[in-house]
Structure formats: C-alpha cells, structure tokens
Design a binder for this molecule. Structure first.
Ligand code: SF4
Ligand code: SF4
Ligand code: SF4
Length: 190
C-alpha cells in the first residue's frame, strides 16, 4: 500500500501524538519530581498550642498505630506527686497500679525522685496518641505533655489524613530541617 495524503496525515498525527505524549510524560515526571522534592522538604507536624485533644490523632492516621505520639517536656514539668496526666481523676491510690492510671496502654512510666517529686516518661512504642494524658496535664498541670508527629514512623503522606480530620486545624507542614514544634526545654520522646 502506497502512502496517500491521508496516511501521511495519520503518520504525522501519530508522530505528533507520540511527541505530545512524550512532552506530557516529561511534564508529569517533572511535576512528580517537583512534588516529591516539595514533599521531601516539609514534614507534617502538630502545633501543640492549637491541639484540643479531640482523640482523632489516635483514629485517623493511615498507619494501624498512629504516627502521632505523646512527648514530654521535662523542663516544663512540675514533677508532681499527683500528676493529672498520669492518674485517673479519682484514683484509688496514688501508686502505679493500672487501675489508677489514665493512659489506656500503660505508656507512661513514673519514677520517684525525692519527696514529693516524681518523674514521668513516655514509652513511644506503647503510646497510641489518644491524648488523654495531654488533656489531663493541660487541665491542671503545666502542659508539659503534648502530641507530636513522630518522624521515624510518619509516612509524610501528601495529604495527612489526620490533618484533614483535625477539628482545630492544628496540623501544618513545616521544614524537614526542623520537623518538630517542641515546647520548652528538655523535650523528649520524639
Ligand atoms: S486531630 Fe487535631 S485537635 Fe485532635 S488530637 Fe490531633 S492535633 Fe489535636
Ligand atoms: S497519648 Fe494516650 S496512649 Fe499516649 S501516653 Fe498519653 S494517655 Fe497514653
Ligand atoms: S502524614 Fe500520614 S502517616 Fe503521617 S501522621 Fe499523617 S496520616 Fe499518619
């Protein structure tokens, strides 16, 4: 079969289509790379001053166990014997019995320092980000317990599912070079 004008047109059309697809592909690849670079340059994080401890950090993360964890600013803590972030509102005893603890997973450790001071620490592996301790600490304490996205677990999703669900707009994207919004000095557990 000879190439008629229609074949030529078809061939040109095909060529330009391939070129277009190539350009489109290049455009998408460039867009994808730019998106990836932008994503790599930022991290999702919680502004602890905006968080209202609604509980969604525990339930909305795409991970089975949330990437959000409680952190503790030792510099702000009062080392209280009766810690309202540690104890149930009406504990039977002021001791480490599970029935007296607010944390549903036993993620908060309590250590006697000297009368009447105790040190509290978070076991990140057990924390499920329910925010109960944070609420308790904020209500009667110094606010030294608060929630942060833990970057050794977070997938840095393009759109963070918790950020979308957060009723307080407490999530934001911040520079990856400084990926935590820490309170006070001596914050630990990130
Ligand atoms: S979803 Fe927002 S308000 Fe609720 S606990 Fe998480 S950061 Fe706080
Ligand atoms: S946020 Fe919830 S699970 Fe985590 S330490 Fe506090 S009370 Fe325990
Ligand atoms: S970015 Fe993804 S993995 Fe990280 S906290 Fe949000 S939903 Fe969870």
């Amino acid at each position: 079969m000879t190439d008629g004008p229609h074949s030529l047109n078809r061939r040109e059309l095909l060529k330009s289509g391939v070129r277009g697809a190539g350009l489109l592909g290049f455009g998408s690849a460039a867009g994808f790379l730019a998106g990836r670079e932008a994503k790599a340059a930022t991290r999702w994080q919680i502004n602890p001053n905006q968080c209202i401890q609604c509980g969604r950090c525990a339930t909305e993360c795409v991970l089975e166990v949330s990437a959000v964890k409680c952190v503790h600013s030792y510099g702000m803590c009062g080392y209280c014997k009766l810690c309202t972030g540690y104890f149930e509102p009406e504990p039977i005893n002021l001791d480490e019995g599970a029935e007296n603890q607010l944390c549903p997973t036993g993620a908060i450790g309590r250590k006697f320092i000297e009368d009447p001071y105790y040190e509290y620490s978070i076991n990140k592996d057990l924390c499920v980000a329910c925010g109960k301790c944070v609420k308790g600490c904020n209500m009667f304490g110094n606010g030294s317990l608060y929630l942060q996205v833990s970057h050794d677990r977070c997938l840095n999703c393009n759109i963070c599912a918790i950020a979308t669900a957060c009723p307080a707009q407490a999530f934001r994207q911040i520079p990856a070079t400084k990926p935590y919004l820490l309170r006070g000095k001596g914050a630990a557990g990130t």
